[in-house]
Design a protein around this ligand. Structure first.
Ligand code: ADP
Ligand code: NA
Length: 330
């Protein structure tokens, strides 16, 4: 039997993925290659909804793709591509926009949050219709499963509603995607504010560890991580969010269980944990950084890989779009 298909996308809106992106999302993408027919997308169309610099966007899309290959996405097994190279995405998004209610789109909480941040009047229409483009991303590939964090649940729900509505109105066309919930997914928090999630939009760069950070720089960030009063190394996200976050990162990267780590650090201090974590992070990121550099140092080869990915993606996307357009009456 054919493997279930998975689709996921990530925005090229930073110079590097951070550990939260890696442990919360990208790591699972790599694992899903084993069980799924995987389509992964660097969603550059989504990255221009709130203002951007063209040269920087182009560079970040390449770095994002290079990092994804470097952490283990295998172009032979998975399809990794850049969204703007597959014009079917906005072509389907238009049709889906025409079956989305204005009120329905207005209820998307991520838009409300983000537009409030930008000032409602100045928010773009693209930011407003973002979840409709996201639905097109998913539905074009007839994805069965979409890995989602809490923040994307409402958008996936819209994708499901639109698939069902289109199918009911025009005839069966789209697979209705289901959320793929990863069981032991690590939520990584900000090193400077351990109650907030690690995020590229975090207020202080000292709170984020980037995969491409120089190891000396991440060691420094880990040394200055906010911990808690007290001295005991225990895992308790309520009362000791800082120490718990360090343990979570250690465990995820070293593969050792939290309990095992807590036992190993019994009677030792925060300084010891931070020192060891810095080493764990260094050992983990070094080969990823080397492989990322190798991809970036050979732009022709990277372009070739991405062109190959776009070609494989288009073969599927064009077939879906053709049948959708035909049903619509085009
Ligand atoms: P950011 O919050 O830095 O803007 P994105 O929203 O672009 O990151 O998230 C990209 C992916 O990484 C999403 O799947 C998201 O759930 C995941 N992710 C982001 N930050 C974290 C985090 N701190 N812990 C776990 N997963 C995260
Ligand atoms: Na975000």
């Amino acid at each position: 039997p054919a493997r279930p298909r998975v689709f996921s996308g990530i925005q090229p809106t930073a110079d590097s993925f951070h550990l939260g992106n890696y442990l919360g999302a990208v790591r699972h993408w790599v694992a899903l290659q084993e069980t799924h027919d995987a389509f992964y997308c660097v969603v550059d169309l989504h990255a221009i909804t709130a203002g951007h610099d063209p040269a920087l966007l182009r560079q970040r899309s390449r770095v994002a793709a290079a990092q994804l290959f470097a952490v283990g996405l295998d172009p032979e097994r998975s399809t990794l591509f850049v969204q703007s190279q597959v014009p079917e995405h906005p072509q389907l998004a238009w049709v889906l926009g025409c079956i989305t209610g204005f009120g329905e789109a207005s209820r998307m909480t991520q838009f409300k949050d983000k537009s409030q941040k930008h000032g409602n009047e100045r928010s773009s229409v693209g930011l407003f219709t973002y979840p409709i483009l996201q639905a097109a991303d998913i539905l074009l590939y007839q994805a069965n499963a979409v890995p989602v964090g809490e923040d994307q649940r409402q958008h996936l729900e819209l994708s499901r509603d639109l698939a069902q509505r289109f199918n009911a109105t025009f005839g069966p066309t789209f697979t209705v995607p289901a959320p793929h919930i990863v069981k032991d997914t690590a939520k990584i928090t900000d090193l400077q504010d351990p109650t907030a999630k690690m995020s590229k939009s975090s207020s202080s760069p000292a709170g984020i560890i980037d995969l491409l950070d120089d190891p000396a720089r991440s060691a420094k960030k880990i040394r200055s991580a906010v911990t808690d009063t007290g001295r005991e190394i225990v895992f308790d996200t309520e009362t000791k969010p800082g120490v718990s976050n360090l343990l979570t990162i250690h465990s995820a990267l070293s593969g050792r269980g939290i309990d095992e780590l807590v036992a190993a650090f019994a009677g030792r201090g925060y300084g010891d944990l931070k020192k060891e974590l810095a080493e764990v992070v260094t050992d983990f990121v070094r080969p990823i950084q080397e492989r990322t550099r190798t991809y970036l140092d050979d732009p022709a080869q990277l372009d070739k890989l991405l062109a190959g990915g776009a070609e494989k993606a288009r073969a599927v996307a064009a077939t879906t779009l053709r049948s959708a357009y035909e049903r619509v009456g085009f």
